[in-house]
Design a protein around this ligand. Structure first.
Ligand SMILES: NC(=O)c1ccc[n+]([C@@H]2O[C@H](COP(=O)([O-])OP(=O)(O)OC[C@H]3O[C@@H](n4cnc5c(N)ncnc54)[C@H](O)[C@@H]3O)[C@@H](O)[C@H]2O)c1
Length: 336
């Protein structure tokens, strides 16, 4: 990993799934980290004792607070949002006030505060369904859901704000998988592993649709690299980041294989069910490999193995029933 160019990094959504894995990595690299997060889903086991970590419970919609948080920061990694389709659809107007409305003022405030680099986490779902063999960063966007649409609509706002003093970069990650201190079990690989370990059975909805996947530690490597790369390599750039594009059927077979090996016993059954969610995308990550030298170092299989270890070590208690692992369930219960 290259040397950091910056000291102080604000991570919005730093108590989320990705954030809870990324923040310890940033601290280990020597960054001073401030988390701004509303802790929507649960308490999170963060390294609170680290003197280089400041954790602020607050809302990105509160621009006064955001302005205050931005003072003295060198870089921003913007992760906070309502982070999947079903959660967004629970209350689209409210979700927009989080995922879209605060974005432009936050970017303007970051620039005004002298932040040098702004890293925006978009999503590979902005491409929608594509039959193309290679969905590159040049492929026209076709977001099929409101979540993806607003992810996409933030991108040009950020790009138009770039200047020599304000470096901007956009990432379109694949679906993340594997264990993190605040773990989501509502993402394809993680759902299937949870069910295989704890139900000895998996239900596959559809099966042929392709999903691009990315191990959470590789996801963190990308953010570290985007912070550590010289401006000329990242300024105004958009990068896909994914590892294996696998069909959901292949993911299920892989999960079955690893879980049967790690937890010997009855075979893990696989049932099939119809789905109307046949979103299929196949992303190409050659650009980030050639521009920044990033290549994934882990696989989906590693992610399943890591999750098996976490289950064995009782780091994911009550994983079928506790709402904390499922964003939509938490938001639903808050709405009621
Ligand atoms: N996890 C994936 O597979 C994946 C794939 C592509 C892109 N992304 C993007 O990566 C980012 C992080 O995803 P994640 O999986 O960690 O999601 P997550 O839901 O686990 O984390 C999001 C965090 O944002 C916080 N948050 C929500 N609303 C807030 C508000 N108004 N103010 C302050 N904090 C708020 C939540 O409390 C949560 O900790 C998101 O932008 C997501 O869209 C994730």
């Amino acid at each position: 990993m290259s040397q950091p160019l910056f000291n102080r990094v604000l991570v919005t959504g730093g108590a989320g799934y990705v954030g809870s894995a990324l923040v310890p990595r940033l601290l280990a690299e020597g960054y001073s980290v401030t988390i701004l997060d509303l802790f929507v889903y649960c308490d999170v086991n963060l390294p609170y004792e680290d003197p280089d970590l400041r954790v602020v419970t607050g809302d990105i919609r509160d621009q006064e607070l955001v302005r205050e948080m931005l003072q003295g920061q060198d870089a921003v990694v913007h992760l906070a949002c309502i982070s999947n389709d079903p959660s967004f659809e629970l209350d689209p107007s409210l979700s927009k006030t989080i995922n879209f409305d605060p974005f432009e003022p936050m970017v303007a405030n970051a620039k005004a505060a002298g932040v040098k680099r702004f890293v925006y986490c978009s999503s590979s779902s902005v491409y929608g369904v594509s039959e193309l063999e290679d969905v590159t960063e040049e492929t026209p966007l076709d977001p099929l859901t409101l979540y993806s649409q607003y992810k996409a609509e933030c991108e040009p706002i950020l790009l138009s704000s770039q200047s020599a003093e304000f470096e901007v970069v956009i990432l379109r990650p694949a679906t993340v998988c594997g264990y993190a201190p605040r773990c989501r079990l509502d993402l394809t690989v993680n759902i299937l592993t949870n069910h295989a370990v704890n139900n000895r059975n998996i239900t596959v909805f559809g099966g042929s649709q392709l999903r691009p996947n990315l191990h959470i530690d590789d996801m963190c490597d990308v953010y570290l690299l985007l912070l550590a790369s010289p401006a000329e390599k990242i300024q105004g750039q958009t990068f896909n980041a994914g590892e294996q594009n696998l069909s959901v059927d292949s993911i299920a077979s892989l999960v079955k294989k690893v879980v049967e090996r790690e937890f010997p016993g009855d075979p893990v059954g696989i049932d099939h069910s119809d789905t109307n969610d046949l979103r299929s995308y196949h992303i190409n990550s050659d650009k980030i490999a050639s521009a920044l030298g990033w290549r994934p170092r882990r696989t989906v299989e590693t992610a399943v193995f890591d999750l098996c270890n976490a289950f064995r070590d009782e780091l994911l208690p009550n994983s079928l029933d506790d709402d904390r692992y499922f964003n939509v369930r938490v938001l639903q219960s808050k709405a009621n």
